[in-house]
Design a protein around this ligand. Structure first.
Ligand code: PEP
Ligand code: MN
Length: 282
């Protein structure tokens, strides 16, 4: 039992109420599938790069059998100062959202995209089917509180430092507002902080055990992100297999028509051919 005593003490202190109640139905629909009942595959580029790119890839992903399209229009990154490698500009913002909607209209895939701040919710809500909260905003309480008032699912990415009770507590923060359409996304944790910049390929450590740990405490669906968890494309398929073996409810995978040219996170982007292999084992 992982962390059981700690969670028990939090429950006794009335700190975590809803998220550990296995009778609450947290599942929500992604397209025709019910997350938590059927395995869901979300895929797409790290960033929305252009209208043509996102439209084309959405059609290709639909053919592969992907359930939802991911793509960042608002793009925070690990290094805070603007970097222009491959042309990255912290996202195309509103234009990126519009391109995602074009892609959705063509492919019929629901959209998963990041909202970084509570002031963006009303705009992002016009385009997104699922709000993604990025790792850097895992404990942005004003954002979580506002998302709790929305009638749209939230994919909450684990902060790279987040403990079991902090993950549940962050979900609780959303659920308290009345929104039970929540899923947890595990995306790797801080492994060797002092080496992250020297060995970027292993900058995060896959947090696979947390899948099993969370399942002991909550029925909130869990999506695994093998792309950010590893940071390196050769590890994406093996870690996807491991997450599926642990009975995760879905995967969110970064892919790109030409991975090395990816405007953000090029090292971890996989080809569509590799994505097909993941789809096969789901
Ligand atoms: C992303 O999904 O592209 C992303 C920025 O992820 P994270 O918040 O987990 O770093
Ligand atoms: Mn990314």
């Amino acid at each position: 039992m992982v962390g059981n005593e700690y969670i028990d003490s939090l429950i006794k202190a009335n700190k975590i109420k809803h998220t550990v109640d296995k009778n609450i139905n947290f599942g929500f629909k992604i397209g025709p599938k019910i997350l938590g009942k059927e395995k869901v595959l979300i895929a797409g580029p790290c960033s929305v790069e252009s209208k043509e790119m996102i439209e084309k890839i959405s059609i290709d992903l639909k053919k592969i059998g992907v359930d939802a399209l991911r793509g960042g229009a608002y793009k925070p990154c690990t290094y805070p100062v603007r970097d222009t490698t491959n042309g990255w500009k912290e996202g195309l913002k509103k234009k990126g959202l519009e391109y995602l909607l074009n892609a959705k209209n063509l492919s019929n895939l629901p959209i998963v995209t990041e909202v970084m701040d509570s002031s963006q919710i009303s705009l992002v809500s016009e385009y997104a089917d699922v709000f993604q909260v990025g790792t850097r905003n895992f404990q942005n309480y004003t954002l979580l509180d506002e998302l709790g008032k929305q009638n749209k699912p939230v994919l909450l990415k684990r902060g790279t430092w987040g403990t079991l009770d902090e993950i549940l507590g962050a979900c609780e923060r959303i659920i308290e507002g009345g929104n039970t359409k929540v899923a947890i996304c595990l995306r790797g944790v801080v492994g060797m902080p002092s080496y992250r910049h020297i060995f970027p390929s292993t900058r995060w450590a896959p947090d696979l055990m947390m899948i099993s740990a969370l399942k002991e405490f909550t029925s909130i669906p869990i999506i695994y992100d093998p792309s950010h968890a590893t940071g390196y494309r050769n590890f994406v398929i093996p870690i996807s297999k491991a997450a599926l073996a642990l009975d995760v409810d879905g995967l969110i995978v970064e892919c790109h028509p030409n991975p090395d040219q990816s405007i953000s996170d090029p090292d971890q982007a996989i080809t569509l051919e590799d994505l097909k292999k993941i789809k096969k084992i789901m």
